[in-house]
Ligand binder design. Structure first.
Ligand code: ADP
Ligand code: MG
Length: 480
């Protein structure tokens, strides 16, 4: 039995390598020591816990799918550290694939208590004509529609572009590339486009799926030697939507196949909509030709939420909760407090509200500021996290490939001075440190130097969009 499984592992290594690319395979899969597959769990020896976490996060689904396709019924991976022989449990947080959401553990519990149980997800379209092969889409959540999407400054452009695509007029920008940090509404907008388009054009084929799911389908087609079928299905759609496309970066032939699918559709003037957690130019491991192709269309960015948008979203979600739990009272000031104190990630905002209503439902209390403090202590603490000047210096040095010492040195070469000014700017905007303190921390400079840096960066930000993007990116990374 064990021997059989070991052969299975060696058999799936080929398609796995084909799908994720040789580099990723060599780096992450080759070092795995396959041990067993029992009770639904495939066990591997790994060099470090980090290594196991990485494999879990990036390659779990594909490994599981491949093993299943060989008749080995596993649905989970488990890792032990080679040499220690002790199991290294992978933290629950990485079991899901959400990569960078700083979600506190309580939120998932809160989500499970959601007052209005989600309606059954509907499958992405089965087009009118019956004999068509079923499209391999991911399910659409009917709640992720345009009506439920609150529009504010940070997302108005993305929303307008999404609306335009959903109207289904002549394809004017292709692809539409939506990007932004975790929990800012990319998936919501993608579903909204798909739902609306389907509603209007029931005969057309809209295919929405995550990039991960795309890879999974592709790997299956390799497994079952049906890449032709795969190509036909993907090339026959009217609208293709791929969510979280950063996932396929560095994944050799999946990336290649995506590129060809994408090109074929664009050439036929079929609409393509892509989302990612960062701009095309920032996705590492993406081939240049793909990167530039992605930039051909319209690239719009969902900015972190501002206070007004958070307020609007909270109000709208609170109304839904209140409709479901009419007995609960919501004290005035609570919504404002949450909008003020909780970070930009809408998922976290939603989770906080859900938790409050669940709590109020259980203990039959009014939701007031005391309850908020009690019930959301950990969420509030997490959003209190202060960025330090050290972190800023480290991240900026990293980003510009400089040594920390260079950044703090007296060198005036622009390649060093500019990043230094950016770091000072970030220190001023992200921490509460005074100008003299910032000056001291940057190699003992005078506060007037800091002022000069702030002015310079403010000014450059207006004219140099590359620099403005760099700053935005750094800010996001630091606040993540
Ligand atoms: P992303 O895909 O960018 O990580 P999601 O689309 O999954 O984010 O959004 C996270 C959650 O926040 C979802 O439940 C979504 O409905 C909600 N959400 C995000 N933005 C908005 C908005 N502008 N209005 C209403 N709900 C929103
Ligand atoms: Mg998403």
């Amino acid at each position: 039995m064990v021997e059989q499984e070991a052969t299975v592992w060696s058999r799936i290594c080929g398609p796995l390598e084909a799908a994720i690319g040789r580099d990723a395979f060599t780096a992450w899969i080759a070092p795995l020591r396959f041990r067993s597959a029992e009770n639904g769990v495939a066990q591997f020896g790994v060099p470090t816990t980090f290594f196991g976490n990485w494999v879990e996060r990036n390659y779990r689904d594909i490994i599981v799918a491949l093993m299943q396709s060989e008749g080995v019924l596993v649905d989970r991976l488990s890792f032990d550290i080679i040499g220690h022989g002790r199991p290294a449990a992978v933290p629950a947080a990485v079991q899901g694939l959400e990569v960078s959401a700083p979600v506190s553990s309580g939120l998932s519990m809160a989500a499970a208590n959601h007052p209005a149980p989600a309606p059954e997800p509907v499958r992405a379209p089965a087009a009118a004509a019956a004999p068509e092969p079923e499209l391999p889409g991911s399910p659409l959540d009917p709640r992720y529609n345009f009506d439920n999407f609150v529009v504010g400054k940070p997302n108005e452009l993305a929303h307008a572009a999404a609306r335009r695509v959903a109207e289904g007029g002549p394809v004017s920008f292709n692809p539409l590339f939506l990007y932004g940090g975790v929990g800012l509404g990319k998936t919501h907008l993608m579903h909204a486009i798909a739902l609306e388009y389907q509603r209007q054009f029931p005969g057309k084929k809209v295919l929405y799926l995550s990039a991960e799911h795309f890879m999974y389908k592709f790997v299956q087609s390799l497994r079952f030697k049906d890449t032709l079928g795969f190509k036909q299905i993907f090339r026959s759609v009217d609208v293709l939507m791929v969510d979280d496309v950063q996932f396929i970066s560095g994944k050799g032939s999946t990336q290649e196949e995506f590129f060809h699918t994408f090109n074929a559709l664009v050439e036929q003037r079929k609409q393509v909509v892509i989302s990612a957690d960062r701009a095309p130019g920032e996705i590492d491991g993406l081939e240049d030709r793909i990167r530039s192709r992605l930039q051909w269309g319209l690239v719009v960015d969902l900015h972190p939420t501002d206070y007004e948008l958070r307020l609007g979203i909270l109000q709208s979600k609170a109304e839904t909760h209140l409709a479901a739990q009419p007995d609960v009272q919501l004290a005035s000031g609570v919504i404002e407090f949450l909008a003020h104190r909780i970070s930009s990630n809408v998922r976290i905002l939603e989770g906080a509200l859900t938790r409050l209503f669940a709590f109020a439902g259980l203990v039959g209390r009014r939701i007031d500021l005391d309850m908020v403090q009690e019930c959301l202590a950990d969420t509030l603490r997490a959003s209190d996290r202060k960025v330090t000047i050290d972190e800023i210096i480290r991240k900026v040095a990293d980003h510009y490939n400089l040594k920390i010492n260079d950044l703090l040195s007296a060198r005036r070469a622009r390649s060093v001075a500019r990043p230094r000014q950016i770091a000072m700017f970030l220190a001023k905007s992200l921490t509460s440190k005074s100008l003299p303190e910032i000056g001291r921390r940057f190699g003992g400079r005078d506060h007037t130097t800091v002022i000069h840096a702030l002015r310079k960066i403010e000014e450059l930000r207006q004219t140099d969009s590359g620099l403005a993007e760099d700053i935005e990116l750094l800010r996001r990374m630091l606040e993540a």
